[in-house]
Design a protein around this ligand. Structure first.
Ligand code: B3K
Ligand code: ZN
Length: 856
């Protein structure tokens, strides 16, 4: 396989400052005429090389004259040119309706749309498909007017008109030079929800959210989120929008969440459409976050783009950091931080500890689509967060201002970003740069020593990053650790919060004036993306779980207490479950706490996170230990759960999307789960009543989830009612599939096998494939069934999906790559499935890279 290496970067031989595109759109056969104004780079004699894929070349002209001295090197068009500037015209034909990969120009729900990042533009026309070639685009489209009444592209609309034969045309021009991965067009039958936004300099921007007419009432939340994002980026980063229009189009078939094409974002409909009856609070939050994320890319990604794809985290890590801060500002920052860290631990930590580990700035890839990972995005965001902590608010803002100013209109590198922060702040980031090149999650051990009566305490910190594939030896990293000491007797502060920069393999910190036994609160706010191992006792953790004034640290102490207990129980060791029950009771009873926080804090760690703490994952033992503890917490505190349930129930009528109302619904659903776990005889009836009476999807889905976990008659009834009620809503049907695939049941594997044959199941829609196959893959116990049936099922589906849509298939392989974490029998079966995938004839390079690396 061909490997692209970061060290081999060379600037483009030819630039293309201007491009005109003319599309004669048709689902079966679209003609694309491209006119490229090319300019030779520094003194060289090399020909022009234009990337291409899956298209039929019809003609080539140079400076207006048809030529035939071109050649194809694989799918690359090679043109010998003599001068320093030329005009190249090509005409090609492509077939959008046969494009099942959903990269390039494709059909979705009868409309035509594009997805070009990372390397999809070459499937539309011949072009140097790399992010450091920036061009001004002029786009003309013509299409059948009845089928495609709306024609959209990047930038601003300039002209439109009618043609013979029922066709019409439109022209769009984008004044900002951009790489081809940001190109977009959409043609189709779409309704629009319009809004407007006046920017900080007083310019009025016309906003539009385009969807099928039946969905128009589900676009208000996205439009509100867009306006809020635009104002936030002005206030927090000083970034103003730059075109006269900003359009978002929702499509049902999409490989990713959304795409930040300049002035024309294309979204997976699940991140646009919401109303109380069909979307959960989680969906509402995700929509706001993704709308903000794509909008923020207008600066962090579009105005300043990436030099090459190794720099992907330059735009993605930074933009995730920005969208997380935006979401934190919309409600409870503490709960948002808890959710983000939970997500990081669920997807990024395992990636960093497994066969696909890579630094946030990788050194090589076979297929760049495989590098849109939790590491690039979420660990990338944590690394920006550490930079913000180290610099402090003002210097960080000065640094980002300098970065945007210096690199506006160019393709930059991660190094450019770090150097900007360094120059603006005067803070040396030499050692910090290691985070960009070193993979793996650092482990920090912390032990606190105190001799009674001495007035001193000493904290010994040590860091170590375990080896990852291709990186045997690791260097110490810069870890900003927010630390505070509490007195065990008085719960008073004995050492105020400070941020310690751990830079060496081992360091000692001395605290004076420590008058009572201190308890360590460390990595407050999750200030560094590390795994902490401390010598704190269960009593210390319970103490922090009750008294820590940093909400994240308080949550973390409870989680650690639960985790230690569950790991012990799963390993058949003595486990003090009573301490957990007591801590949960105390948290639930604490009237000073936000219900949203309580709901997060009383939840047990996931089965897979428990597994991550064990030398060998025992999925059955973990499941049993966790269920037993859930039952004990449910039973012992049954009256409290019922009280909490009733109180959160009393939220008044009608769905309100506010932090307070969300928090109450969350607590209500957690309480329902514990009531059911208690084994109470009325639990199914209670859940079913909630299911039927719900006026919103949050309550309805949580009731369904609770019912599906049990064996009541109401389970089947609820599944049927849900299916029939929402059979015409694809996004809600996805939930119906996922709830069953994630069910903690003995028969989940068999159910999933059956659902694969359900008439509503299809591999051609990525959301549906992920809803069933992706959800099953993260159901630790069901997927790791001892007979290997889960492994077989996933491998078969991946092989089938790879033929249709390699990018989406390759993303779902991670569960099979965890074989080193399991016993020899399971590990052997997982490897056998990976080997079978690797040997499949006609496998995509996406899947080949992921499967073959997972085998090592
Ligand atoms: N930049 C896009 C990613 C598209 C990936 C396609 N392989 C979405 C985002 O991160 O905003
Ligand atoms: Zn992004």
């Amino acid at each position: 396989p061909h490997v692209t290496r970061r060290a081999e970067y060379t600037p483009p031989d030819w630039q293309v400052p201007e491009i005109a595109l003319d599309f004669a759109l048709d689902a079966a056969a679209t003609r694309v005429k491209a006119t490229l104004h090319v300019q030779r780079g520094d003194l060289h004699q090399r020909p022009l090389r234009l990337d291409g894929a899956s298209q039929t070349l019809l003609s080539v002209k140079v400076d207006g004259v048809a030529v035939n001295d071109w050649t194809l090197d694989g799918e690359t068009l090679v043109l010998p040119l003599s001068g320093s500037a030329h005009v190249i015209e090509t005409e090609v034909e492509i077939a959008p309706e046969r494009n099942t990969q959903l990269m390039g120009l494709y059909a979705s729900g009868g409309n035509l749309c594009t997805q070009c990042e990372a390397e999809g533009f070459r499937r539309i026309t011949y072009f140097p498909d790399r992010p450091d070639v920036l061009s001004r685009y002029h786009v003309r489209m013509s299409a059948d007017k009845a089928r495609y009444p709306v024609l959209l592209a990047n930038g601003d609309p300039i002209a439109a008109g009618e043609l013979e034969g029922g066709r019409h045309w439109a022209e769009w021009r984008d004044p900002f030079p951009k790489p081809c991965y940001l190109f977009a067009l959409v043609a189709g039958e779409l309704a629009v929800n319009r809004g407007s936004f006046v920017t900080m300099s007083g310019r009025e921007v016309e906003l539009g959210i385009w969807v099928r007419a039946a969905d128009i009432d589900r676009t208000h939340h996205a439009l509100d989120a867009l306006k809020t994002s635009m104002a936030w980026d002005e206030r927090v980063y000083g970034r103003e929008y730059d075109l006269d229009v900003f359009n978002i189009v929702a499509v049902d078939d999409f490989n990713f969440g959304a795409m930040e094409n300049k002035g024309l974002n294309v979204f997976n409909s699940r991140y646009i459409l919401a109303d109380p009856d069909t979307a959960t609070d989680y969906d509402y939050d995700a929509i706001a976050a993704v709308v903000a994320h794509e909008y923020f890319h207008n600066w962090s990604g579009n105005r300043v783009t990436c030099r090459d794809w190794f720099q992907l985290s330059l735009k993605e890590g930074f933009t995730v950091y920005r969208d997380q801060a935006f979401s934190a500002d919309q409600g409870s920052a503490a709960v948002k931080r808890i959710e983000d860290v939970r997500g990081l631990r669920a997807s990024q930590f395992p990636e960093d500890a497994g066969p696909l580990a890579h630094p946030i700035r990788p050194d090589e890839y076979q297929e760049i689509s495989n590098f849109y990972t939790a590491t690039i995005y979420n660990k990338g965001a944590e690394i920006i967060g550490m930079l913000a902590t180290i610099l402090g608010r003002e210097k960080f803002r000065a640094g980002t201002d300098l970065y945007f100013d210096r690199f506006d209109g160019t393709a930059a590198t991660c190094e450019d970003f770090v150097a900007s922060l360094e120059d603006a702040s005067g803070i040396d980031l030499t050692q910090f740069r290691r985070w960009y090149g070193q993979a793996g999650t650092p482990r920090v051990t912390a032990s606190l020593h105190h001799t009674e009566g001495s007035g001193r305490a000493e904290l010994v910190l040590a860091q170590r990053t375990p080896p990852t594939p291709g990186q045997e030896h690791k260097l110490p990293l810069v870890l900003p650790l927010r630390i505070k000491l509490f007195g065990a007797e008085t719960a008073q502060t004995v050492a105020p919060e400070q941020t310690i920069l751990l830079t060496d393999a081992e360091e000692r910190i001395v605290f004076e004036g420590v008058t009572e036994r201190p308890v360590l609160s460390i990595n407050r706010g999750f200030s560094a993306p590390a795994i902490l191992e401390t010598d704190r006792t269960a009593a210390d953790l319970a103490f922090l779980g009750a008294h820590d004034d940093d909400p994240f640290a308080r949550y973390e102490a409870l989680q650690q207490l639960m985790l230690d207990t569950l790991v012990a129980a799963a390993g058949n060791n003595r486990a003090d479950t009573a301490a957990v029950v007591k801590a949960v009771a105390g948290t639930l009873a604490d009237a000073t706490l936000d219900p949203a926080f309580i709901a997060e804090a009383v939840l047990l760690p996931s089965e897979s996170f428990i597994g991550d703490q064990m030398a060998v994952v025992d999925p059955e033992a973990i499941f049993r230990a966790r269920e037993a503890l859930r039952r004990e917490i449910g039973r012992t505190l049954e009256a409290d759960w019922r009280a909490a349930y009733d109180e959160s129930q009393a939220t008044g009528s009608g769905y309100v999307y506010s932090p307070e109302a969300k928090g109450l619904r969350r607590l209500k659903s957690v309480a329902l789960g514990y009531i059911a776990a208690s084994g109470a005889s009325d639990a199914a009836a209670l859940a079913f009543a909630q299911f039927e009476a719900a006026d919103n999807m949050t309550d309805r889905q949580s009731a369904l989830t609770t019912l599906v976990a049990g064996d009541s008659a109401e389970r089947i009834a609820a599944l049927d009612i849900f299916y029939n009620r929402y059979s015409d809503n694809a996004l809600v049907l996805d939930k119906w599939f996922s709830v069953q695939a994630m069910a903690p049941r003995d028969d989940t594997g068999a159910m999933v096998a059956e659902l694969l044959r359900h008439r509503a199941f299809t591999l051609t829609n990525p959301n549906r494939a992920r809803a069933l196959i992706g959800a099953f893959g993260v159901n630790q116990r069901a997927f790791n069934a001892v007979d290997g049936s889960g492994y077989r099922l996933l491998a078969e589906q991946l092989i089938a999906l790879d033929r249709i849509n390699p990018q989406t298939a390759a993303k779902l392989i991670a569960p099979l790559g965890r074989w080193q974490r399991y016993d020899a029998a399971r590990g052997g079966m997982m490897r056998a499935e990976l080997a079978r995938i690797v040997k499949t004839p006609g496998l995509s390079k996406d899947m080949f890279e992921q499967a073959s690396k997972s085998l090592d």
